[in-house]
Design a protein around this ligand. Sequence first.
Ligand SMILES: *[C@@H]1O[C@H](CO)[C@@H](O)[C@H](O)[C@H]1NC(C)=O
Ligand SMILES: *[C@@H]1O[C@H](CO)[C@@H](O)[C@H](O)[C@H]1NC(C)=O
Ligand SMILES: *[C@@H]1O[C@H](CO)[C@@H](O)[C@H](O)[C@H]1NC(C)=O
Ligand SMILES: *[C@@H]1O[C@H](CO)[C@@H](O)[C@H](O)[C@H]1NC(C)=O
Ligand SMILES: *[C@@H]1O[C@H](CO)[C@@H](O)[C@H](O)[C@H]1NC(C)=O
Ligand SMILES: *[C@@H]1O[C@H](CO)[C@@H](O)[C@H](O)[C@H]1NC(C)=O
Ligand SMILES: *[C@@H]1O[C@H](CO)[C@@H](O)[C@H](O)[C@H]1NC(C)=O
Length: 619
Amino acid sequence: MELRIWALRILLLGSVFVNLGLGEPVEDKQALLDFLAGVPSGHALNWNEGTTVCGNWRGVICNKELSRVVELRLPGIGFNGRIPSNTLSRLNGLQILSLRANGLTGPFPADFSNFTALTGLHLQLNSFYGSLPSNFSVWKNLTVLDLSYNNFNGSIPASISSLTHLTSLNLSNNSLSGLILDLQFPTLQLLNLSNNHFSGSVPKSLQRFPASSFTGNDLTQVFPASQPPLPSQSTPFDSPTRTSSGRKISESALLGIVVGASVLVFAVIAILLVLCYSRKNNESIASGKESKGLDTPEKGGAVSRDENNPLVFFEGCTFAFDLEDLLRASAEVLGKGTYGTSYKALLEDATIVVVKRLKEVSAGKKDFVLQMETVGNICHDNVVKLKAFYYSKDEKLIVYDYYSQGSVSSMLHGNQGGGRTELDWETRLRVALGVARGITHIHSENGGKLVHGNIKCSNVFLNSHNYGCLSDLGLAAIVSPAVPHMSRISGYWAPEVVDPRKASQASDVYSFGVLILELLTGKSPIQKTGGRDEVVHLVRWVNSVVREEWTAEVFDARLMRYPNIEEEMVEMLRVAMTCVAKVPEQRPKMPEVVRMVEDITRLDGGTGSRPSAEGRVED
Ligand SMILES: *[C@@H]1O[C@H](CO)[C@@H](O)[C@H](O)[C@H]1NC(C)=O
Ligand SMILES: *[C@@H]1O[C@H](CO)[C@@H](O)[C@H](O)[C@H]1NC(C)=O
Ligand SMILES: *[C@@H]1O[C@H](CO)[C@@H](O)[C@H](O)[C@H]1NC(C)=O
Ligand SMILES: *[C@@H]1O[C@H](CO)[C@@H](O)[C@H](O)[C@H]1NC(C)=O
Ligand SMILES: *[C@@H]1O[C@H](CO)[C@@H](O)[C@H](O)[C@H]1NC(C)=O
Ligand SMILES: *[C@@H]1O[C@H](CO)[C@@H](O)[C@H](O)[C@H]1NC(C)=O
Ligand SMILES: *[C@@H]1O[C@H](CO)[C@@H](O)[C@H](O)[C@H]1NC(C)=O
């Protein structure tokens, strides 16, 4: 008896140790949860009490010992209102805090003085107001301070001189006033005080910074810039005058420099784009894997940004990034598709998204935005969520969720082995059913008029329940395919489709039929046969085989090892064949197709009698 109780105690203790063994800063976790509960309107973060904070929670980074939260990066989450006091400030091991590009307001949070280990503070692009913190000496280790684009007013407190490690200070676009202090920052490399109400002159110690660090103030003196952006424009700076007319000359010269510099930048970008464009045309699909920021020019053209065209997000998305993040993100080329190149982008807060750069957008801005809004508001388990889009004259981007397993096409036709998911029969059925449901939903949108237009295996992914999930929705209508006469070589397009931009719901049904055939046969919709550029369409081939009564021959040999599935395969084949009827009017409508596939699979509330390789996944 005694022994039994001891054994029980040890067991219980054991489980306590297991919990502790997860190792996480419990108090910091609570502080984060309190912050989230108290700050208005943050979009859903994956901060679940049940998961460990280190390594799982978005934007949170712990130290090696997993004993403290040391970095918190939550840019563009959509927070607004005030930071609840005594929440974040309890994270006093914090070294980097980034809350930039939110809608946060209120005075500078007084309890941030708790962050004595802080090295980087990024609060730019919010609506904080009032005076700057009076005692900067609490952040002795601070190296980067960015408070730009807020509404801070008053003067810069003298205590800022205690930030002896500061390398970057950005206070631009606030309402700060008073004199610019003679700050002796030996380590300071980047300074921006522009667009405030500073008066007086630029102290000697700061005259090593370019004029653009100080523009947009009420300064009485313009100093000789030691590194003028364009040497040819620097003449007016060589003899500074303190008269008002001197000031005018200098301002127009400044304007000249800014304009000149922009022209130069544009010229460089244009040249790079031309260079990259000609190089790009020689690259093949899914060529090399690179890993650089999207805006590095070597990488297929600098992405141009345009202040007037924001990145547009959709409801239900976590607003965890802005265009700057995307451009900074390290990106890898995923592949070059019909409508442009896709990149996998790893964002600052460790989320991964797919960014697609659309090449030939044929629609104008209004139609593009309308279409994107229609598509972006679709929320369905079997449709890949469009997270955001960006439209400017030179650049059209769309942002999707990333699926680490790759597309169904790569699972079906890619190299087997290498840890790839094997597409067993059960999974293929779930792919078909998921896609059918996705299309049905799409066809019910926009007053029952929406068309997908580009249904194919490489646009299908597995959702969290391992059902098919359809991507690239609605692009066909607004983008011209990169390769003309794509319909001839794709194999998915219905015979009546000449211009893919004019796809219809009936042609979607046809494409879906081809997709099922692909799942059944394991063959691509277009097969090159030995001779000169001769191709065989999958539909025609299946038709001929079935006509000759060799039905068993059409199925993917890899499916032969699953027992008792012949009947289901034949039924699926029948559904596919009705979908690929030559005459559009003879094809079934999608809801009917879903019913037929459901009848075959009985995955939903079925008998569950079919043996499965890896067990049933419930929807
Ligand atoms: C500062 O940190 C300490 C220790 O975590 C905490 O007890 C205190 O509440 C914090 N101060 C403020 C003002 O939040
Ligand atoms: C400041 O940085 C130094 C050197 O990295 C470190 O030893 C010290 O603990 C830091 N100070 C605080 C308050 O964290
Ligand atoms: C500013 O903060 C430092 C470090 O916490 C402290 O020693 C000093 O007394 C404070 N100064 C004022 C004027 O509050
Ligand atoms: C700063 O702005 C606040 C209102 O936001 C105002 O009450 C205060 O007087 C201003 N201070 C200065 C020095 O302009
Ligand atoms: C603030 O200035 C620094 C240094 O010039 C720069 O790196 C940073 O991007 C600027 N921040 C914003 C929001 O422009
Ligand atoms: C920055 O400040 C300048 C001058 O006040 C203003 O013209 C500009 O619009 C501001 N920029 C932004 C992005 O707010
Ligand atoms: C400072 O900021 C202004 C406006 O945000 C920008 O035009 C200027 O180029 C910046 N200067 C430097 C040196 O970063």
